[in-house]
Design a protein around this ligand. Structure first.
Ligand SMILES: CC(C)(COP(=O)(O)OP(=O)(O)OC[C@H]1O[C@@H](n2cnc3c(N)ncnc32)[C@H](O)[C@@H]1OP(=O)(O)O)[C@@H](O)C(=O)NCCC(=O)NCCS
Length: 395
């Protein structure tokens, strides 16, 4: 029976390098180290735009006029509050629940309160998307306060999206410079083409499931350490190293043991991640502002020394990715380590919504297409034939 079974190799392509759909939302250029949102360079958006302008660009395919931006901001502000029922539900979670699990549960919870949930039009998806962009910041901040036993801080109508988020977390409006830095961080993390969470959202949307179902899947995907979880691991690594004196030893230990220096290297950008180049000086400046430059300085030294060790050991260049300096930026802003990935979600929700809308409604698509790849069965057959059924008492 089973002795003739042959097991072919177990493969997993991870869909690497496969173009599975077109997008007009963003372009990630590996060799040129460029990130482009709807035609605009990330450097220009980070320098000039607010997160709200970027979210409008992603969602509505164009930068807003002054009147459009005023209207978009007002819609976001109006949607910031979350239902009392959700706050009551958050109070029922164990205080040590993982923040990404709480966020994912909240997405499904909020679906039940959305008046557009059964409306399948594009306009309804955009309305739901604006609600989710607005409410993500509120949910993440509310959960952090609830788990610490603090009063939830209701959103302020006076502050922009980024500053309001920091205000809801700490109960104090941030200094202008810090609020602006958070605004830039949200812009930098807003979109990155077919990354794992965005693809997850698009895949769920391809079944014509509603936006909340797609976003819940994306939050789950972002929670993984190979995706959104890397920024937290960078900070943990810096704390583990603890002191500049230990950097050389740490790099040697990791490289000798085939381990990873977190926050360095990128699956796509081989000549440097353009977002890291914006975050490094921000981390330095925040260190100066808070009077605690230690973590920035350690990161900078770790970067330089790892680069040198890589050159020597592997003969290749390695560069910091978006997670490397965003870890010390969030740390300097007083954000707890386990909230770094939820902060990523507070930004990336804008990209997810744009992709879901494109997946379902892009005019160029001949028709919405259900994602359904093929797999190769490498499990057992009994000889050349299917296995004969064995009754339970004969197995
Ligand atoms: C992001 C990442 C998975 C990309 O991996 P990749 O596509 O295999 O990268 P490369 O092909 O450029 O790697 C070349 C070599 O450098 C090694 N390498 C890459 N990044 C490394 C790192 N941060 N620390 C140690 N070694 C690393 C690889 O293992 C590979 O070694 P090998 O030739 O002996 O197999 C990888 O760089 C990594 O794990 N970085 C740390 C985690 C991280 O910061 N993730 C967030 C990404 S945004």
């Amino acid at each position: 029976m089973v002795e003739e079974c042959q097991t072919p190799d177990f493969k997993n392509t991870g869909l690497r390098g496969m173009v599975i759909a077109s997008t007009r939302i963003s372009d990630v250029q590996s060799e040129a180290s460029k990130l482009i949102y709807r035609g605009y360079l990330i450097e220009d958006l980070a320098e000039e735009a607010t997160f709200e302008e970027v979210a409008h660009l992603l969602l509505n395919e164009k930068l807003p006029s002054e009147a459009e931006l005023k209207d978009f901001n007002a819609r976001l502000v109006k949607e910031r509050a979350v239902p009392e029922e959700l706050l009551a539900a958050l109070r029922l979670f164990p205080k040590d629940a993982l923040p990404m699990d709480v966020l994912q549960s909240s997405v499904a919870f909020l679906a039940a309160f959305d008046p557009d949930i059964e409306d399948t039009s594009k306009e309804a998806s955009v309305r739901m998307g604006i609600r989710l962009i607005a409410k993500f910041a509120t949910v993440v901040a509310a959960w952090d306060r609830i788990r610490k036993g603090d009063m939830v801080v209701p959103p302020s109508d006076e502050l922009g999206h980024a500053a309001n988020f920091l205000y809801m977390l700490s109960g104090k409006p941030p200094e202008d410079q810090v609020g602006r830095f958070m605004d830039i961080c949200l812009t930098l993390h807003a979109e990155h083409s077919f990354n794992a969470s965005t693809f997850g959202a698009r895949k769920v949307s391809s079944t014509q499931a509603h936006l909340y179902a797609a976003v819940a899947a994306a939050v789950g995907s972002l929670s993984g350490p190979l995706h959104g979880g890397a920024n937290t691991r960078v900070m943990k690594m810096l704390k583990e190293i603890g002191d500049k004196e230990r950097i050389d030893g740490y790099i040697k230990e990791q490289l000798d043991a085939g381990g990873k220096i977190m926050g360095l290297g990128h699956a796509v950008y081989k000549n440097g991640d353009p977002r890291a180049r914006i975050l490094a000086p921000m981390s330095k400046k925040l260190g100066e502002l808070t009077g605690e430059s230690k973590w920035y300085e350690m990161s900078a030294e770790l970067e330089e020394k790892t680069k040198a060790a890589f050159k020597e050991k592997k003969g290749i260049e390695i560069f910091p990715n978006v997670d490397f300096y965003s870890a010390t930026v969030y740390n300097a802003m007083g954000i707890p380590m386990d909230l770094f990935t939820p902060v990523f979600a507070v930004s990336r929700i804008s990209g997810w919504v744009a992709h879901v809308v494109e997946e379902k409604f892009a005019e160029a698509a001949p028709k919405p297409m259900l994602y359904r790849p093929k797999s190769e069965y490498v499990g057992d057959y009994c000889g050349p034939e299917e296995c004969a059924w064995e009754p339970i008492d004969k197995r």
